[in-house]
Write a protein that binds this ligand. Structure first.
Ligand code: PLP
Length: 417
């Protein structure tokens, strides 16, 4: 196998169900990463399994020009959850692809090619999305696309322009756009951002950030793409994070959480943008565009989201998780910062709170110990910059499962610090 992200763990996973996966020795491991952030309904939710089963009896995959009713139904359901400005949907497979489609449409409709992104961003690793990804995977793969520009991410704990401490006043955004203005060649297309910069260290932009970003974009003829791969469909306590951020983007990219574990993504835009793209001969045909099986699963995911009130549940469970994490922070000097929303939390590890020096070595050790003790945790380490646990259990997790995870984390920190 190609080792696509360093080394693999020394066990196989035999089975996954709810908040757990089970290794080949029968060990049960609590999953605080929701798989790769996709299993927001927990693993193998019966509704997802049922939808896959029914699709196997109907249609799995079709010629890209043909449509099955479940495809149209999912587009309609998504549009029903979204404001009037976001009503046109294309169904794809991955998060990279959803961003790729948004970027291609933004370029086609604007006639420009300049794309602004944040320096802690992760939008995928394909050509266009990868050119707007600044947190990882940039070095060694040749030049990014011309017109790729970066602004500092609003990291209140580590202010990128050494201006704020613990509360961002948006100066980084203003400075960022001044730098963008010095670099622009006059062919703007879009800015792209995650509502919470997850892979870049669970950075939560302050209130007012996105409305101001939209203003700055509009003043320059740039469209706004929000990449809600991780934040949409309940994770942060709402159907979509942008509803909490007071802004409606020109493009909304959905992926991970939409498919409940199967590859499904969607790019949503306005009727006016879709019309303009169509008039210009927009082409984005991929092998699995509008496939019926993932669409059927997407419908099941939306139904469970509604029926099990998962957004509200994320808020309730999030309060419990936050309280537990803040308690650990009180007791362990190595926890520098705790931040997040809903059921997406970042815990930043430091050498000590005074220096705030990142502590990736300790983070790695505690993470390995957690796994030995039966808890799967994801640490996002940006070399020299930060070492942050991204904690995101399934939205279907029980309070007792959250408590179990916190107990294991407590033990692991206690043993390793
Ligand atoms: C915010 C965000 N966008 C895009 C992607 C890329 O998605 P995919 O890996 O499905 O291409 C990711 C993946 O982690 C992500 O977190």
């Amino acid at each position: 196998m190609v080792r696509y992200i360093g080394d693999f763990p020394p066990f196989f996973v035999e089975r996954a169900e709810g908040s757990y996966f089970f290794d080949d020795s029968g060990r049960r491991i609590l999953d605080f990463t929701s798989g790769q952030m996709c299993a927001t309904l927990g693993h193998n939710h019966p509704a997802v399994v049922g939808a896959i089963r029914r699709s196997c009896e109907r249609a799995i995959h079709l010629f890209s020009w043909t449509l099955a009713p479940e495809v149209v139904e999912l587009c309609r359901e998504l549009a029903g959850l979204l404001p009037p400005r976001l009503q046109k949907v294309i169904l794809l497979n991955t998060g990279s692809e959803a961003n790729e489609a948004a970027i291609r449409m933004a370029k086609l409709v604007s006639g420009g090619h300049e794309i602004v992104a944040l320096n802690a961003s992760f939008h995928g690793l394909t050509g266009g999305a990868g050119a707007a990804t600044y947190s990882v995977g940039r070095r060694g793969y040749g030049p990014a696309l011309p017109g790729s520009m970066v602004i500092p991410a609003p990291n209140a704990y580590r202010c990128p322009i050494r201006h704020c401490t613990d509360a961002c006043d948006l100066s980084c955004l203003e400075v960022g756009f001044e730098l963008v203005d010095s670099q622009r060649s006059g062919q703007p297309a879009a800015a792209i951002a995650e509502p919470i910069l997850s892979t870049g260290g669970v950075i939560v932009p302050p209130p007012g950030y996105f409305p101001r970003l939209k203003e700055l974009c509009e003043a320059r003829g740039m469209l706004l793409i929000l990449d809600e791969a991780q934040t949409a469909l309940g994770r942060v306590g709402a159907n979509f994070a942008f509803e909490q951020d007071g802004v409606v983007p020109d493009f909304l990219a959905l992926s991970k959480t939409l498919g409940g574990g199967v590859p499904l993504a969607a790019t949503v835009t306005s009727a006016a943008i879709e019309e303009a793209c169509y008039a210009r001969g927009f082409v984005h045909v991929t092998s699995h565009v509008s496939d019926p099986l993932p669409a059927a699963v997407g419908l099941a995911v939306l139904e469970v989201l509604r029926r099990e009130r998962l957004a509200e549940r994320a808020l309730e469970l999030g309060r419990r998780l936050e309280a537990g994490l803040r308690d650990l922070q009180q007791r362990y000097e190595v926890i520098g910062d705790v931040r997040g929303r809903g059921l997406l939390w970042g815990v930043e590890l430091v050498a000590d709170r005074q220096s705030r020096r990142p502590n990736p070595e300790l983070g790695g050790r505690i993470t390995r110990r957690c796994l030995e003790l039966g808890l799967s945790m994801n640490i996002v380490s940006l070399p020299g910059l930060a070492s942050v646990w991204r904690i995101a259990p399934p939205l279907t997790a029980t309070p007792a499962e959250l408590d179990d995870g916190l107990t294991i984390l407590d033990q692991a920190i206690g043993e390793c610090r």
